[in-house]
Ligand binder design. Structure first.
Ligand code: 5RP
Length: 235
């Protein structure tokens, strides 16, 4: 990655009283410049992505269609009258836009706060360009404060939890949550994420784990952070 840090827009809002939603919206709207007519666009999940979906609905760009990373996103896209496509029918896609729970200076991410991490990683991996949109509070020197979401087949829940403890983590079952794939989420604190690539692999090697929220193998290509001074773009 070439680290270009620049403000991409004249600040719309000034001062310290901007709330996180205004910053998320700013980042989401900045991602529109990457969307061209005729594209298939992958769409993530979460409150920041919801601002992106609203912006897509308003912008009416003549794209070929959208690939949703969750049932929630599919429903929101349809509610905007936007055409949802099956990833099995699109082949690889030019662009994917999604939020994150944490992002490090190498564009590696923790995702899955909304529980959609597995489909998100699939769509991100099928995309040539992954644009991550977030408020600037997600910009971290290193990953690991946010509890790491791990999607687990229910049958393996206790076994996987014990293996996560052996890796140094403290897993907690996310109560009342079933993923779009019919699985449960363990949120894991205390892991050493100084080598995110290795930890992503070690967790995914546990039988019963579907995927985990470390996006190090498929990190973002572009970061758009909404800040009180405007949108910070890194790529
Ligand atoms: C969902 C995700 C989200 O992108 C992440 O949790 C950030 O969410 P938000 O935009 O609501 O802050 O990974 O699985």
């Amino acid at each position: 990655h070439v680290f270009i840090e620049r403000l991409t827009s004249t600040p719309t809002y000034k001062g310290n009283n901007m709330n996180a939603d205004a910053l998320k919206k700013m980042a989401a709207e900045a991602a529109l410049r990457y969307i061209q007519p005729g594209m298939v666009v992958g769409v993530g999940t979460g409150s920041t992505t919801n601002f992106f979906i609203a912006a897509l609905g308003a912008a009416k760009i003549h794209v070929d269609g959208y690939v949703a990373s969750s049932i929630a996103t599919e429903n929101r896209l349809k509610a905007q009258g936007l055409n949802v496509l099956d990833l099995n029918a699109t082949g690889d896609i030019p662009v994917y836009v999604d939020g994150a729970d944490e992002a490090d200076p190498h564009f590696r991410l923790i995702k899955g706060g909304g529980g959609a991490l597995t489909r998100e990683k699939i769509v991100a991996s099928a995309a040539r360009l992954f644009i991550c949109i977030a408020d600037v509070s997600k910009d971290k020197p290193m990953l690991g404060k946010f509890p790491l979401p791990v999607e687990v087949i229910p049958f393996a829940r206790s076994f996987v939890a014990r293996q996560l403890v052996k890796l140094g983590g403290s897993p907690t079952l996310r109560n009342g949550v079933t993923t779009d794939n019919g699985n449960v989420i363990l949120d894991v604190t205390g892991l050493d994420l100084s080598d995110p690539l290795r930890m992503e692999e070690s967790i995914n090697a546990i039988p019963g784990v579907l995927d985990n929220g470390i996006f190090a193998h498929r990190r973002a290509d572009v970061m758009l952070f909404g800040s009180a001074d405007g949108v910070i773009e890194r790529k």
